[in-house]
Design a protein around this ligand. Sequence first.
Ligand SMILES: C[S@@+](CC[C@H](N)C(=O)[O-])C[C@H]1O[C@@H](n2cnc3c(N)ncnc32)[C@H](O)[C@@H]1O
Length: 247
Amino acid sequence: MVPSQVKQNFEVSADRANPIRDMFNAVAPRYDFLNRLLSAGCDKYWRKIAVDELEPVANRVFLDVATGTADIALELASRDASPSSIIGIDFSTTMLQLGKNKVTARNMQSYVRLFPGTAENLPLKNDVFDGAISAFGARNFSDLNHGIREIYRVLKPRGKIVILEFSFPQNGFLQWLYRHYFWEILPVMGRWISGHKNAYSYLPDSVEGFPKGEAFSAILKENGFDSVNFKELTFGITTIYTGFKHA
Ligand SMILES: C[S@@+](CC[C@H](N)C(=O)[O-])C[C@H]1O[C@@H](n2cnc3c(N)ncnc32)[C@H](O)[C@@H]1O
């Protein structure tokens, strides 16, 4: 059964060529493994802290935008004896299928439901979620402002947005070291293990191009969010941004 938050008869306009979607489809089978390896396991910790920001308690309704293989959605669902309801959206059918397999393996299908869709045109009704999160998704949106406005639209008044994204350490030496790893080592390992020519060069390039700290906070504010805050994790390798929809 389609949950009440999802628009009925929504057509996913998935079939226009989209190189980013094709790239995620291609790397999907090695995606979780590479996440753990290339972040030395930190990705799990970053997602936990981001999920803490949503304060998941029983009987709330959450959205995970660009859910990928559903790690955030499953983390949310694991937090309470009577878990919240979580809807995950992603435009990569291969990532979604792997996510669905994980949801079924953990017997969480009553709580976590995954649907195809794009962040810029969410197949969801207005004002229906208590909280929305996107982990490592926003930097891939084809239109960042549009994606943020879509999240705003589907949140309930005073609903909370949480965005987890890569950033760079501020400390000069750490930044130098990290940039060396991010541009020289990670793309080689990523290419070797995923078999994809560009995906792990796209990663540092997309992080470089994504607004960080105050700049991304300003985008959240311009698109309607208030009480916007951010905090850096692991020397600034990632940043968590939060804000609230107006009452
Ligand atoms: C780096 S992965 C992050 C996945 C997951 N959130 C995580 O924490 O591992 C980015 C995901 O965003 C999805 N994605 C990128 N742009 C999107 C868009 N415009 N609309 C929907 N999904 C998108 C990709 O298919 C991919 O699954």
